[in-house]
Write a protein that binds this ligand. Structure first.
Ligand code: AMP
Ligand code: GLY
Length: 423
């Protein structure tokens, strides 16, 4: 079969790598892709929001399955557009992708269906939000309602900071129209875990757990980024936690969406906080995490095409989802200065060091092919993933492999997976 993947980051390279392993797949296309994906797929320079062009491309190439990796096109309704044209697509429709697209929607859903999450209020005008702050407990968390590249969350320690935050989100529109509404919620403490799952509208099967590192600098300092590295599994995601989440969170979310007439098919990514009072949902995403996908997918034993088709056809109950009994660590190589300002166009060398090395992956994110070679083309440049028998071994392997790659302004965190020493 012919498969089209929409997106062009490390996540899509990890998805493409899994798709390429399926014996059912004869050809992979990717829009827009990147220099790494181009080694296993035919890439076309079509933006992820150019729905008409994507649909026309899928028809022209007679694509059998389109996988939408990114949040923006999912929330914007790309799956609906593909289905309307008779093209099979993996991912939630627009009316279900709202689970990620609106934080106010997801909070109201959790409240209505008693799914554990932080206490909150929604606001659609700044005046009421500012009044509410006067009586709120600090610290307090402010969230722009819509998509904001993972940056629309402000944690405020003082009333002054919180008031400034409301102004920047709702009045100055720091995150654009994402800030037309906002959520103000209780600050929670605990460890964060990402649990990704396949969903077919009724049945949910969770994947192995992972943990991201969102801050730019060692010791969780600096600005929030898209993610600087991940490890899987999380040793803090115990059987007890899993049992709690199965009972109160996972199936409850799928059933809630179905009850609202918003049947969810695709990936639900549960951002969880393991608080002293038990697990709570921090956020939902309607897609694979990036870089979570870069540690979870390499450990998946199933043929990803079988699982995705089962989701589309409502037959996920027939799938026995299995993961390897090992661990993986991904360290992101970024351009120095990310997530604020950084230079692009630096030549990258050393890719050949990965050739023939089982259990090592060099996933491309912001890269571009030029006549001179592959150059940097974004903030997050590469995701270096390695497997190991356990987390410590995987971490040692991943950091060893980061040395195989060179480029000017190469930047990484040196403490990805440090938490595993505390487990
Ligand atoms: P989100 O985009 O909702 O995952 O938020 C980004 C990050 O902000 C999370 O990964 C947490 O580290 C932090 N965060 C979000 N909500 C809360 C909360 N209610 N309490 C504490 N930290 C939070
Ligand atoms: N790594 C977090 C995300 O993909 O949203």
């Amino acid at each position: 079969m012919k498969v089209l993947i929409v997106g062009g980051g490390g996540r899509e390279h990890a998805i493409a790598t899994s798709v390429a392993k399926s014996p059912k797949v004869e050809k992979i296309y990717c829009t827009p892709g990147n220099a790494g994906i181009a080694q296993i797929a035919e890439c076309a320079p079509i933006g992820a929001m150019e729905f008409d062009k994507i649909v026309a491309f899928a028809k022209e190439k007679e694509i059998d399955l389109t996988i939408v990796g990114m949040d923006d096109p999912l929330v914007g309704g790309l799956v609906d557009a593909l289905e309307a044209a008779g093209i099979r697509a993996f991912g939630p429709r627009k009316n279900a992708a709202i689970l990620e697209g609106s934080k106010a929607f997801s909070k109201d859903l959790m409240k209505k269906y008693h799914i554990p999450t932080a206490a909150y209020e929604n606001f659609d005008n700044a005046k009421e939000a500012l009044e509410y702050l006067e009586t709120a407990t600090l610290p307090i968390v402010l969230k722009a309602d819509g998509l904001a590249l993972g940056k629309g969350v402000l944690i405020c320690n003082t009333l002054e900071e919180a008031k400034e935050g409301v102004k920047s989100i709702m009045m100055d529109k720091q995150f654009g129209s994402a800030g037309n509404r906002m959520v103000i919620e209780e600050f929670m403490t605990g460890r964060e875990v990402s649990v990704l799952s396949f969903v077919d509208g009724k049945t949910i099967k969770t994947m192995t757990s992972a943990q991201d590192h969102k801050r730019a600098m060692d010791g969780d300092q600096g600005l929030n980024t898209g993610g600087m590295g991940t490890f899987s599994p999380s040793p803090f995601y115990t059987e007890e936690v899993d049992e709690f989440c199965k009972k109160y969170i996972y199936q409850a979310t799928v059933d809630a969406m179905a009850a609202e007439g918003r049947e969810f098919k695709g990936i639900i990514f549960f951002g969880l906080m393991l608080t002293p009072k038990g697990p709570r949902v921090l956020e939902y995403n309607a897609r694979f995490g990036d870089p979570e996908a870069q540690v979870v997918l390499p450990r998946m034993k199933n043929d990803i095409i079988d699982v995705m088709e089962a989701c589309i056809d409502g037959k996920l109950d027939e799938i026995d989802l299995q993961f390897e009994d090992n661990a993986a660590v991904c360290v992101v190589l970024a351009s120095d200065g990310y997530p604020v300002a950084y230079e692009k166009g630096k030549l990258i060398t050393g890719f050949e060091n990965f050739d023939g090395k089982d259990g090592y992956y060099c996933f491309h994110a912001g890269t571009k092919q030029t006549p001179e070679g592959i150059v940097t083309n974004g903030g997050r440049v590469l995701g270096i993933t390695a497997k190991g028998a356990d987390l410590k071994q995987a971490r040692a392997n991943a950091y060893k492999a980061t040395e195989w790659i060179s480029f000017e302004n190469k930047y990484m965190r040196h403490d990805i997976g440090k938490a595993i020493d505390e487990a």
